[in-house]
Design a protein around this ligand. Structure first.
Ligand code: PEP
Ligand code: MN
Length: 361
């Protein structure tokens, strides 16, 4: 099999347009897997997903049922005729999944961030023109790691290749579980115009209530399809309980999706606006984190009987920020205004703490 370039990778045509992949985060029991598969097949889903090897951030979480889940997926395929997809992270997973007739393998965000693991998987799949491989973006917002993983697979001759955008981890509290940073998949689109790029609104949003709006947004932005987590009883799910939706909610979402032609993904202005939206989301998250620290300081000052405004510290902060901003090409007058506004709000919040505590006494 020749070494392929990402630009040569053709779209995945045989899973419908838009491609819809749905199923539980994890296969938990044979019954739960079959119940979900039958319900999803009943609403017209053609590709079933379920994780059986779950790389979890923290030990002690549900780490999947392992190899025995493969027979459950094989049964789903045989009974419903749906194509079946599962996550692989090691060569052993790939071998077992291929032996079980799994149609689609996906490489998860934690694995995409590890070039050794991806290369091992690519070597194992060398020359395989049958299985479909989807590469989720890495946890960190690094387009090169994502591209690199796709290139390793294309380089091994894997030609049934696609990508899944599932958002990026970031510190602090945010609206969504994973920051979409839409400009990164847009840039991937520019590098690989024919590549099938799906969006995973479940992992981006992290909450079932965001799945609908993120799905529509993704299609409006030219994604080729969606990977959505669906469980018959989301409250009881052993992983990602908050973001899973029932097959019947999924049906309502799919029925309501508006498919627009002429996706604006190539529209320069909308690309730039997405970047502004991403920046504003980051700004707000940072401001909220900064205010939490201010409140902490307020409680400390209150406990130690310190004055809220310390003029020397404030002056030092303003001077230091103006100096740092100059290095970033930001004008002093503007930065001074921003810092003053932030400081004013910090003081207001610290005064509130102080007043609340005085009132309690
Ligand atoms: C998943 O799809 O259930 C999963 C673990 O995804 P990610 O690798 O995107 O976190
Ligand atoms: Mn999940």
């Amino acid at each position: 099999m020749p070494h392929l370039l990402l630009q040569d990778i053709a779209p995945l045509h045989d899973y419908g347009s838009p491609v819809i992949i749905a199923g539980p985060c994890s296969a938990e029991t044979e019954q739960q897997t079959l119940d979900a598969a039958r319900a999803l097949c009943g609403i017209g889903v053609k590709v079933f997903r379920a994780g059986i090897w779950k790389p979890r951030t923290m030990p002690g979480c549900f780490e999947g049922v392992g190899d025995r889940g493969l027979t459950w997926l094989a049964r789903v395929k045989q009974e419903t005729g749906m194509a079946v997809a599962t996550e692989v992270a090691t060569v052993e997973h790939v071998r077992a999944a291929l032996d079980a007739g799994i149609d689609i393998l996906w490489i998860g965000a934690r694995t995409t961030a590890n070039p050794f693991a991806v290369q091992d998987i690519a070597d194992m799949l060398r020359g395989n023109g049958t299985v479909t491989v989807l590469v989720k973006n890495p946890l960190n917002p690094d387009l090169d790691l994502w591209l690199g993983a796709l290139q390793r697979l294309a380089g091994a001759g894997v030609n049934r290749l696609g990508a899944v955008h599932r958002g990026f981890s970031s510190a602090g509290s945010h609206l969504y579980r994973n920051d979409p940073q839409w400009h990164i998949p847009f840039e991937l689109r520019r590098c690989a115009p024919q590549l099938t790029i799906l969006c995973d609104p479940s992992h981006i949003g992290g909450k079932s209530e965001y799945v609908k709006s993120l799905s529509q947004q993704a299609l409006d932005m030219g994604f080729d399809g969606l990977m959505i987590e669906s469980h018959c009883n989301p409250d009881q799910a052993l992983s990602d309980s908050a973001q899973q939706i029932t097959p019947s909610v999924l049906k309502d979402i799919l029925d309501g999706l508006v498919i627009r032609s002429g996706a604006p993904i190539e529209d320069e202005l909308s690309l730039l606006r997405q970047q502004i939206d991403d920046c504003d989301r980051e700004l707000l998250a940072v401001l909220s984190r900064r205010m939490s620290v201010s409140q902490e300081i307020g409680r400390f000052k209150q406990a130690h009987n310190l004055r809220i405004v310390q003029p020397a510290r404030y002056q030092a902060v303003v001077n230091e920020r103006i100096r740092q901003a100059a290095a970033l090409g930001l004008p002093a007058a503007f930065v001074k205004q921003v810092i003053e506004a932030i400081h004013e709000e910090s003081v207001r919040q610290q005064l509130n703490i102080s007043n609340d505590q005085s009132n309690d006494q």
